[in-house]
Design a binder for this molecule. Structure first.
Ligand code: SF4
Length: 328
């Protein structure tokens, strides 16, 4: 479609499903950094590449909760914790469960990304009240092997299904600008849109090229193509939060505004996006002000609010039975 037509269509779908000038704000913290056994070609945390990243062990629970409190003070409603693991170990997993409990007690939504999960781990996460699990498909099934060889696409789909079975919401998207073709961006969006229900959160990342990774010199993706990808995600997954994710730091304010116009309604706020930079929270606040955007408040979308509105509707229907319409 012509760019303007596509954007208009996406914005129309967006307005039918969301408050048009609200953007959900999350904060992301790396709770275990580097030395990952996977070989994702875009990732500075992979142990396969020398990116001079400082490796860190699993953070202490108290330290994580201090960061979560700070994120809350800065206006975040969701706190996301990422660990560079193939899968969580038996030794570390209980600490992650404690972190989730603590984040929930602060009144924040919780999200973790820990790699592959089996059914039992997914269940334990659900039991402590995890709200979202992030596990990206990254790209199309066809292009996937050019990017990752140590974890199969099917393994990712299995983890997503293990999480979905527990009722924890899914955060699942991909990365654009890894040398893929348009058909691969389409292929990724098709995979996501075929999940029932759609992932509640769909991060659309622009590759951040990091020196030392195999993708450090890949050609830039045209930003219009990136905006188009967001627009298509909005149209085919109308009720999902589409997150403008990594890569925002190199985008102009105008490009980010077009991404919001195309239906992006979630961002990471704060100083760091795992190990690559993220625009300072203050510049995000300035941009929101210029665009008249306000951060989405948690009660707008919480399960409790949805539950309350269902109960209220049911009550109204029940009460309606006791009245007859005197006007007919
Ligand atoms: S993207 Fe995740 S799984 Fe892949 S190398 Fe980086 S930390 Fe490991």
């Amino acid at each position: 479609m012509p760019f303007m037509d596509l954007l208009f269509h996406a914005q129309t779908v967006h307005r039918a499903n969301f408050a048009p000038n609200q953007v959900q704000v999350s904060t992301l913290l790396s709770i275990k950094t580097g030395a990952c056994p996977e070989d994702c070609k875009y990732c500075p945390q992979s142990g396969h590449y020398n990116t001079e990243l400082e490796k860190e062990k699993l953070m202490e629970v108290q330290k994580v909760l201090q960061e979560a409190e700070l994120a809350k003070e800065q206006g975040a409603t969701r706190f996301c914790m990422g660990a560079a693991w193939k899968h969580p170990s038996e030794k570390d997993f209980p600490y992650v469960l404690e972190m989730i409990k603590g984040v929930k007690q602060l009144g924040l939504e919780s999200c973790v990304t820990l790699g592959t999960l089996n059914k039992d781990q997914a269940k334990q996460l659900a039991e402590v009240g995890l709200d979202y699990y992030n596990h990206n498909l990254d790209t199309s099934p066809e292009y996937y092997d050019s990017i990752i060889t140590t974890r199969s696409y099917q393994e990712r789909l299995d983890t997503l299904s293990n999480v979905r079975d527990t009722g924890v919401k899914l955060c699942c998207g991909g990365i654009m600008g890894m040398g893929e073709e348009q058909k691969d961006r389409v292929g990724l969006l098709r995979q996501l849109s075929q999940m029932t229900p759609h992932p509640e959160s769909v991060p659309i990342n622009m590759l951040v090229k990091v020196a030392g990774t195999p993708l450090e010199n890949v050609d830039d993706l045209d930003e219009f193509e990136f905006i188009r990808t967001i627009a298509v995600a909005r149209i085919i997954m109308p009720t999902s939060h589409v997150r403008l994710s990594a890569g925002r730091q190199t985008m102009s304010e105008q490009t980010q505004a077009l991404c919001f116009m195309a239906g992006a309604n979630s961002i990471f706020y704060g100083e760091k996006l795992l190990t690559t930079g993220n625009p300072e929270a203050d510049s995000d606040r300035m941009l929101f002000k210029k665009l008249g955007i306000t951060p989405e408040q948690r009660h707008d979308v919480s399960d409790e609010a949805v539950q309350e509105s269902i109960v209220a509707k049911a009550k109204a229907q029940e009460e309606a039975k006791f009245f007859y319409d005197a006007s007919v």
